[in-house]
Design a protein around this ligand. Structure first.
Ligand code: SDX
Length: 397
């Protein structure tokens, strides 16, 4: 029997395209949301270069741009920010449900469960109503950070705290997480990190979101589906593993030996490589700058020297294969300096990527056709059922 995980491209059945593992290089949608030039290392949202948005925009303004396609006017932004601020609270029922979660559970599992539970409270499905869409966008953007912060306090045995309406989006998240009003620079740098992680075309979790959206289910199920996909170590979970890797290396002078061993054992180096980028991820470039600003302001992190040395030696050994740092390589160092617990790095990624998932949800609804690709069957045919007494191991061949 052929190995169904075969990496060979299978023969194309009549009227279909050849099999591409992981749909590599296969356009699965048309989209106007985000453009990536993987050879030049360029990324833009709705035509605006990421560097511009990181330097001048806010996460909520960028979210509005991603979802509705245009930068908001002052009134539109004021209304959007106010609506998100007014919907930050979550029902006591959700909080009580989270108190039943095991405190040792991973925060991504807590987030996926609580995001899906929102569908129980907002069960009306009117996905052809722009007001319903606006309301769902506001609720998910507003409540996801509150639920991430709530689980953090609950798993420590504390009651979650209510959002502060006088704090902006990222500052309020840090406040709910730490119970302290954050340093303005820390809040600003987190807001930039959310912009950098907001959208990235048809990555695995966004593809999940579009497939789920194409069945016309509710947006809470769409986001829950995407959260589950993002949790995987090959996707959103890599930034946790990068820190563990840097700590295992320990000192810059041991980076080269670590890399040589990883390559010899054909182990993936976390935080490196990308399906689209064949140069350094432009987000890694910006995140590295943010890390250095934080270190200047709040003190150095010796793991940064390890990271830079690893990047140097990897440029020689992996660079020729187009393998360079991706968004996850420096993000963990930034989050650690911001005081974010390590297993909340990926939930933080999810908080940002809700913007992209919702933009793709709305775009999918605008020109929907349910996803149903085909397959190349590699199993056996023409077999006949046999009674139990007639099933020896040999006969099973
Ligand atoms: C994200 O898609 C997105 O846009 C995702 C994301 C987003 O914003 O949504 O950018 C976020 O997911 C970033 C990626 C985080 N994951 C990691 O850092 C995990 C480590 N990276 C790899 O697992 C890998 O690079 C992927 C999954 C990111 C991409 O893998 P591909 O495109 O499927 O590449 P591949 O596994 O087919 O590898 C091709 C070759 C192989 O070598 P050969 O067998 O051809 O000799 O490159 C090698 C791989 O061994 N390779 C690596 C490597 N990544 C690829 N070798 C060592 N270390 C790595 N990290």
């Amino acid at each position: 029997m052929a190995d169904p995980q075969s990496t060979a491209t299978g023969p194309a059945a009549p009227g279909t395209v050849p099999f591409r593992p992981g749909l590599e290089g296969v356009p699965a949608t048309q989209s106007a949301i985000c453009d990536i030039d993987g050879l030049r290392g360029c990324l833009s949202y709705r035509g605006y270069p990421l560097e511009d948005l990181a330097a001048h925009s806010s996460f909520l303004e960028t979210t509005y741009l991603l979802i509705w396609g245009e930068l908001p006017t002052p009134d539109q932004l004021r209304h959007f920010e106010h609506e998100v601020q007014m919907h930050r609270r979550v029902s006591f029922r959700v909080r009580d449900m989270m108190k039943c979660f095991p405190s040792g559970g991973h925060p991504m599992d807590a987030l996926q469960s609580s995001a899906a539970s929102l569908g129980l409270f907002y069960s009306r499905r009117a996905i052809d109503d722009p007001q319903y869409i606006y309301g769902a966008v506001v609720r998910l953007l507003a409540k996801i950070p509150t639920m991430v912060a709530a689980f953090q306090l609950i798993r420590k045995g504390q009651d979650p705290i209510q959002p502060r309406d006088d704090l902006a989006y990222s500052a309020n998240f840090l406040y709910m997480l730490t119970e302290r009003e954050p340093d303005p620079l820390a809040a600003h740098i987190l807001d930039v990190c959310l912009i950098l992680h907001a959208e990235h075309s048809l990555n695995a979790s966004t593809f999940s979101a579009r497939v789920t959206a194409s069945t016309l289910t509710d947006p809470y199920a769409v986001v829950a589906s995407a959260v589950g996909t993002l949790a995987g170590p090959l996707h959103g979970g890599a930034n946790e593993d990068v820190l563990s890797m840097l700590e295992a290396i320990g000192t810059p002078d041991r980076a080269e030996a670590f890399l040589d061993e990883a390559i010899a054992q054909k182990r993936k180096v976390m935080g490196f490589g990308h399906r689209e980028y064949k140069v350094k991820d432009p987000r890694a470039v910006i995140l590295q700058g943010l890390a250095e600003r934080l270190f200047d302001e709040f003190g150095a992190d010796e793991m940064y020297d390890v990271a830079r040395r690893l990047e140097e030696v990897a440029a020689v050994r992996l660079g020729p294969k187009g393998i360079y740092p991706n968004v996850d390589f420096y993000s963990g160092l930034v989050y650690r300096k911001l005081g974010i617990p390590r297993d909340l790095f990926t939930p933080l990624f999810a908080i940002a990527r809700v913007a992209g998932w919702l933009a793709h949800w709305r775009e999918q609804l605008g020109a929907n056709r349910i996803y149903r690709p085909t397959q190349i069957y590699t199993g056996r045919s023409g077999r006949h059922w046999r009674p139990l007494h007639d099933r020896s191991a040999a006969a099973a061949t």
